[in-house]
Design a protein around this ligand. Structure first.
Ligand code: NDP
Length: 330
C-alpha cells in the first residue's frame, strides 16, 4: 500500500521535506480482521504536535514510519462475522491507501445519515469536540453569549451553530479572511471579524458590546485567549480546546498576559480532550443527525485529491487554507 511517512521532524512550520511517499506490503488478513480501502483521510492540527519528539497526550509519530490518523473507508475483504465487503467504516489508520485492522478497531459509519466524509467531520470526532466542548466542558446554557475562535474551521463552525441552536443570546466568531467572515454570517453567527484586521481585543469588545461574553471556546490560544479573558463576564467559562497559534512556535507564547483576571471574574478555564468525552457520543450522534437533517447545522469541507497531496493539505490546514473540515480524497 502507498503511505505517507514522516521523513524528518519539522522545526517550526512543516515543509514538504518532512514527508515521504513510500510503499509497504499489506499484512495478510488474519482471523477477525478486515481489509479497508481508504476513501477519505483526515488531516488535523493535533498531528503537528505528534511530529515533535516530545511526550504528550498522544505519542509522537515514528520517523520513517507511516503517519496515522482518522480515515473512512470501504471494507474490501472481511474475515469477521461483524463486517462484510462494502461496509463503510471509520478507523485510525489514515495517511495510507489500504489498511488491515481488527474488526473491533473500526466503527461502522451510518451512511444513511450522511455521506462518508461527514464521519471525519460533523458526525465524527470533530463534531463531538464541538458538542461536548461547548455543552459539557464550557457548560453552555441558553442565553449565554458565546465567542469562538477558529470559527470557520471544522470544530469552530459547528460550535457557533450548536450554540445558536441551543439558544445563545449572541454568537461571535473570529477567522482569518474576509471570505471566512462572510461565511460565518451566512451560517447564522451574529457577528464575526477577521483577526488580521486589528487587535483581537478591540474587535471582540466591539462585537460583544455591553453584554460581553459568557463562554469562550478557544481553538487558538495566545492573543485570542488574552482578548477573551478581558471581555469575559463574571463567572464566565472557557473551553480550552486548542492553541493553534502556537503549534509551529519555537518559543513559548507570551500571551495571555492577563490570566490573573480569572480571579476577580471568577472564571473557569477547563482544558479537555475529545477522547475524554466519549461517554457523550450517543447523545451527540442523535442530536447532530437531527440538526443536519433539518438544516439547523451545516458544514463545509475543503477536499484535496490524492494521497501524494496529503502533506500539502496538512501544511495548508495550518496556514488556514481550509473552510470547514480539511480532508484528502483518495
Ligand atoms: P480547523 O478546521 O479549525 O483548521 C485550523 C484553522 O486554524 C485554520 O483553518 C486557520 O484558520 C486557523 N489558524 C491557523 N493558524 C492560526 C493562527 N495563528 N491564529 C488563528 N487561527 C489560526 O481545525 P480543527 O477544527 O480540526 O481544529 C480546531 C482546533 O481544535 C485546533 O486547535 C485543534 O488542535 C483543536 N482540537 C482539539 C481537540 C481536543 O480534543 N481538544 C479535538 C479536535 C481539535 P484561519 O484562516 O481562521 O486562520
Amino acid at each position: 500500500t502507498r503511505e505517507i511517512r514522516l521523513a524528518s521532524r519539522p522545526v517550526g512550520r512543516p515543509t514538504a521535506e518532512n514527508f515521504r511517499l513510500a510503499e509497504s506490503p499489506l499484512p495478510a488478513l488474519g482471523d477477525g480482521q478486515v481489509m479497508v480501502k481508504n476513501l477519505f483521510i483526515s488531516v488535523d492540527p493535533y498531528m503537528r504536535g505528534r511530529m515533535n519528539d516530545v511526550k504528550s497526550y498522544s505519542p509522537p509519530f515514528e520517523l520513517d514510519e507511516a503517519l496515522d490518523g482518522g480515515a473512512v473507508g470501504e471494507v474490501i475483504a472481511s474475515r469477521s462475522a461483524a463486517l462484510k465487503e462494502g461496509d463503510v467504516v471509520v478507523h485510525s489508520l489514515g495517511w495510507r491507501e489500504y489498511a488491515v485492522l481488527d474488526a473491533e478497531a473500526v466503527k461502522p459509519a451510518r451512511t444513511d445519515l450522511a455521506p462518508a466524509p461527514a464521519f471525519l467531520g460533523a458526525l465524527g470526532m470533530t463534531g463531538l469536540t464541538a458538542y461536548a466542548g461547548l455543552l459539557k466542558v464550557a457548560e453552555f446554557k441558553p442565553g449565554d453569549a458565546v465567542f469562538v475562535s477558529g470559527a470557520a474551521g471544522a470544530v469552530g463552525s459547528l460550535v457557533g451553530q450548536i450554540a445558536k441552536a441551543m439558544g445563545a443570546s449572541r454568537v461571535i466568531g473570529s477567522a482569518g479572511s474576509p471570505a471566512k467572515v462572510a461565511r460565518l454570517l451566512d451560517l447564522g453567527f451574529d457577528a464575526a471579524f477577521d483577526y488580521h484586521d486589528g487587535p483581537v481585543r478591540d474587535q471582540l469588545e466591539q462585537a460583544a458590546g455591553s453584554a460581553g461574553i459568557d463562554v469562550y471556546f478557544d481553538n487558538v490560544g495566545g492573543e485570542h485567549l488574552e482578548a477573551a479573558l478581558s471581555v469575559l463576564n463574571i463567572g464566565g467559562r472557557v473551553a480550552m480546546c486548542g492553541a493553534i497559534a502556537q503549534y509551529n512556535a519555537t518559543e513559548p507564547s507570551p500571551a495571555p498576559r492577563n490570566l490573573a483576571l480569572a480571579i476577580g471574574k471568577q472564571l473557569t478555564l477547563r482544558g479537555f480532550l475529545v477522547g475524554g468525552q466519549r461517554q457523550h457520543s450517543a447523545e451527540f450522534a442523535g442530536k447532530m443527525a437531527g440538526w443536519l437533517a433539518d438544516g439547523t447545522v451545516r458544514y463545509d469541507e475543503t477536499i484535496v485529491d490524492g494521497l501524494e497531496n496529503a502533506p500539502q493539505a496538512f501544511m495548508d490546514l495550518l496556514d488556514g487554507a481550509n473552510t470547514g473540515k480539511m480532508l484528502v480524497r483518495l
